[in-house]
Write a protein that binds this ligand. Sequence first.
Ligand code: GRF
Length: 202
Amino acid sequence: MAQQKIAVLVSGGGTNLGALIMAEQAGKLKSGKLSLVLSSSPTAYALERAKIAGIKHAVVSRKEPDFEAQILALLEENKIDIIVLAGFMYVLSADFVGRFPKRIINIHPSLIPSFCGDGFYGLRVHDAVLKAGVKVTGATVHFVNEITDGGEIIDQKAVRVCGKDTPETLQKRVMVQAEQVLLPRAVEKVCAMQLKSQSKQA
Ligand code: GRF
């Protein structure tokens, strides 16, 4: 069966990568194959997850001046079709993003268009949610375009904010209840869509 080749770009713990690996192992990622993990940090635990799962992985250091060119070369070399940004702490340039229309997916830990855009990453998102006093937050999977967190929304899932929440407890709940549920589902959907449009073109 034809499958899209997926690259996952990471920078940290890789819990979202872990969710994708579990989905693949459970046969829920039928239209895609996790083929490459690229980390912007050499100490990211996500690299360990890739190693244990037997997925090809590499470090591309953010400190390198040709960081994006190195990523591009690895994507081409490995014939990657779909790119998933899963906790990747770097905003890709408009030039890079423009090369992959509707082929780069990002997971953001809030309900876009709230608490997103430049400066909203990691615990800062959840801190802002708590300060605003909203009672519902969540996660969003979206296509990546040249606007930070501004691409077309693929799917969203809401999560309840609790009175006793700290940014850390809220982050954990959003990751477990929303991000890790949404991302594998969205990746399968996009891979299936791509396969369908390719078969129509053939
Ligand atoms: C997650 O909240 C993700 O949405 C954000 O970074 C956090 C860590 O993700 N972009 P992971 O554990 O490295 O997948």
